[in-house]
Design a protein around this ligand. Structure first.
Ligand code: DX5
Ligand code: ZN
Length: 219
């Protein structure tokens, strides 16, 4: 199974976003993680469609859009038209889960289902055959720079086990508090798409930091 790093632009210098994206490309980052927050589903507000359109114009990198919004179904088409390659939405949102997955697919975008730390792994099982990825939140959604919640590791493992049992090809993404230490734990549990914001952007050597997230580095 191939491992990927998705860099959360929430930790980027917004006034230098173009340069930051170039830096991600030059340092072997696989995807750009774009956190959309509406101030209703989560207690924070970030950026949305006009910013995504600008980002799409300057890069071919995979755009991994994470919708932390109350009614994702209402907006998936606009995010798809704005350049998203992958759209994650929350099972805890107000939108119907299957309808939203279908709407994302109809736009030619890969669908992913996200779960908050308190939501059981089993809640995504029935949707696995229709998904490209499951996003297991390893912090409470809303802010970058939080500490990894260890209790989520069993959920990562349970989701990966079910995917294997069903013989499916579904990625497992983790998001929140991922760094050079927690990356080994989540990979061992079965995660293969690692979102990283604060760790990656604070690293002196971004390429090396990204590599350390994807594989065990020799001491
Ligand atoms: C939190 C966001 C994350 C966040 C991760 O709600 O979904 O993507 O930016 O940031 P770090 O890596 O700093 O925990
Ligand atoms: Zn995110």
């Amino acid at each position: 199974m191939k491992n990927y790093v998705s860099a959360s632009v929430l930790s980027a210098d917004m006034l230098e976003l173009g340069k930051e994206i170039k830096k991600l490309e030059d340092n072997g980052i696989d995807m750009l993680h774009f956190d959309v927050m509406d101030g209703i589903f989560v207690p924070n507000i970030t950026f949305g469609i006009p910013v995504l359109q600008q980002v799409r114009k300057v890069t071919d990198i995979t755009l991994d859009v994470h919708l932390m919004i109350a009614d994702p179904l209402k907006y998936v088409k606009r995010f798809a038209d704005s350049g998203a390659d992958l759209i994650s939405f929350h099972i805890e949102s107000d939108s119907d889960t299957l309808e939203t997955i279908k709407a994302i697919k109809e736009c030619g975008v890969k669908p992913a289902l996200a779960i908050k730390p308190a939501t059981p792994a089993e809640s995504v099982f029935e949707y696995l055959p229709y998904l490209d990825m499951v996003l297991v939140m390893t912090v409470e959604p809303g802010f970058g720079g939080q500490s990894f919640i260890t209790e989520t590791v069993d959920k990562i493992r349970a989701v990966r086990q079910k995917i294997t049992e069903l013989g499916l090809d579904v990625n497992v993404e983790v998001d929140g508090g991922i760094n050079g230490v927690t990356s080994g734990t989540v990979r061992e549990a079965g995660a293969n798409v690692l979102v990283s914001g604060s760790y990656l952007f604070a690293a002196g050597n971004m390429a090396k930091a990204a590599q350390s997230l994807k594989e065990d580095m020799p001491c």
